[in-house]
Design a binder for this molecule. Structure first.
Ligand SMILES: [Zn+2]
Length: 545
């Protein structure tokens, strides 16, 4: 239970579940970014209540600082600042005017920005009218430049509101909906005032109130005593909580919609968007319930790098590099660490839902041991299944490992593709190797190698009947895919007899064991259909598509 020390108004907030933890981390980051006093220890953060003075500014400042770079404000001011022509009306630059229109016309007229102009000037067309003059062919160039300068000065003078609008609709609204400054009825109000009214002031009035003898109840999250119903906000329905289909087991689902939350927790929840790292409508938060330091450290590298990461896939890549590095680092420093309960929570705006993966010790070690193979996969973004459909091989592999599913279906898919397109099976082999790490000590690596060699040997036996190889490969693959041991054996035995080779004894070991059959069978087929993937031997990766 969190105790509020009323003497010096310290506020302590303890780790709970993943969504609340994302809020705590967000709050911590916001306070740090604002250079306010905040400390973490064990399983909580603590700060002075005075740190919430002006928190509405700290809140938006954080998002501007981390995410503002791609926003219109940043791009426009950089564009204007960089050009001396803007300060030299006597030498109009037609090219520059054209670039300005091309670069900013659309964005300057976006509804969210228009509502920002309206907050500032009371006129949503304030910028549109200036743009009109710039775009009008009849306007002389010096006047166009004059208008550009006016827009530039306007932007410089109103950074707060313009950037707050930008982050509200690119970052914050991924995690919240319908309340405060994101409520449709309130978009024309100053978001700093609205956030202050809705989230910050209730904290002050709550902290300043005397506790009644007969309290109304307790906060369902932190157990703080509530004097009256109005102490608690209206519930948590404003936070997006949808988890992907299979996992709607969150505590919130049972308590919605009348969950009572104290103003402090409500403020914490408002910081959830700062606890996630957001990149192009996708968010990432790694939850670790074992302590505040780990929670901060494990998430911070992602936050630090979000400014220079371009590709969406890199977010995924980052997840594992990051966790593995931390685990390694802690291992080297001999910090005993339970890694069982690391949760990777991703938000995807397209699905409008969170996906939730548990990282077990086993998963982490698979990823760690497969670093070389995964590095090779990261470089290959999409594999075309046919002319329309494609998959991201790396993401598929990671996803299956997270979900504790073996990779045989992927190996089979890649082998089938390679056969159909008469290409090398290098990536199938690569995924097979990751799969062997996944299966761990269950299979003897030596025997797997022997099976591959047996496959190669059989292929050599067919050197005078090469046209038969694809048909045999298909039949072996189909039997593997359907886990038909007898069917596979029939094909393998017939082939060996046909060319007068002895049937490998290891094949016989498969008869009563499906796992062994999959491992040995695929190894055999990989040997039969191709050569091993060897990144050192070739400069270029073999292409699957
Ligand atoms: Zn609470």
């Amino acid at each position: 239970m969190s105790e509020l020390n009323n003497d010096n108004k310290r506020v302590r907030i303890e780790i709970k579940d993943w969504l609340f933890n994302a809020g705590i981390l967000g709050l911590y980051r916001i306070l740090k970014n604002a250079e306010k006093e905040v400390l973490y220890k064990d399983n909580y953060i603590e700060c002075d209540a005075a740190g919430f003075e002006g928190f509405e500014k700290s809140f938006f400042d954080y998002f501007s600082n981390v995410y503002g770079k791609d926003g219109l404000w940043h791009r426009l001011t950089e564009f204007c600042k960089a050009d001396p022509a803007l300060d030299n009306i006597a030498e109009p630059n037609a090219e520059k005017i054209k670039d300005f229109i091309k670069g900013f016309d659309k964005d300057l007229g976006m509804a969210s920005y228009c509502s920002a102009y309206e907050i500032i000037t009371g006129d949503k067309d304030f910028i549109k009218n200036k743009l009109k003059v710039i775009k009008d062919k009849a306007t002389p160039d010096p006047e166009k430049l004059e208008k550009m300068k006016e827009i530039y000065s306007f932007f410089v003078a109103n950074k707060n509101i313009i950037e707050a609008k930008y982050v509200s609709y690119t970052v914050i609204n991924n995690y919240w909906e319908g309340v405060s400054f994101l409520n449709k009825q309130q978009v024309k109000l100053n978001m700093f005032d609205v956030y202050k009214r809705d989230f910050v002031e209730p904290v002050f009035s709550y902290l300043n109130a005397e506790q009644k003898k007969v309290p109304f109840g307790n906060c369902l999250i932190c157990n703080r005593v509530l004097n009256k119903k109005a102490d608690g906000a209206e519930g948590l329905s404003w936070l997006k909580m949808d988890l992907d289909s299979a996992r709607k087991t969150s505590v919130y689902w049972n308590h919605q919609p009348d969950i009572i939350v104290c103003p402090v927790c409500n403020l914490v929840y408002s910081c959830v968007p700062a606890g996630f790292v957001t990149l192009r409508r996708k968010g990432l938060f790694i939850n670790d319930n074992s302590g505040m330091e780990k929670l901060i450290r494990i998430n911070n590298a992602a936050e630090e790098r979000v400014k220079d990461i371009e590709k969406m896939e890199a977010l995924e890549e980052l997840t594992y590099y990051h966790i593995i590095n931390l685990v390694r680092e802690m291992r080297e420093a001999n910090i005993k660490r339970e890694v069982d309960n690391i949760q990777v929570i991703k938000f995807d705006k397209e699905k409008d839902a969170y996906t939730f993966n548990l990282l077990s010790k086993q998963v982490i070690s698979v990823i760690e041991n497969s670093k070389k193979e995964l590095d090779a996969l990261v470089k290959l973004y999409d594999v075309f299944l046919d002319s329309k459909n494609k998959i991201n091989l790396y993401a598929e592999v990671i996803e299956r490992i997270y979900r504790n599913m073996d990779l045989y279906p992927l190996v089979g898919l890649l082998l089938g593709l390679a056969m159909r397109k008469k290409k090398k099976n290098g990536f199938a082999d690569l995924v097979f190797k990751i799969n062997m790490n996944f299966i761990g000590g269950q299979m003897s690596e030596k025997k797997i190698q022997v099976m591959k060699q047996m496959g190669m040997k059989l292929k050599k036996g067919y050197k005078d009947e090469q046209n038969k190889i694809p048909g045999i490969a298909y039949r072996l693959l189909n039997n593997l895919k359907t886990k038909n041991i007898n069917g596979f054996m029939d094909v393998a035995i017939n082939c060996h007899m046909h060319i007068g080779q002895e049937v490998p004894t290891l094949l016989v070991e498969c008869i009563d064991n499906v796992e062994r059959f999959q491992a040995y069978g695929y190894a055999f087929l990989l040997g039969f259909t191709g050569e091993e993937y060897n990144p050192e031997a070739k400069k270029e990766n073999p292409k699957v598509d």
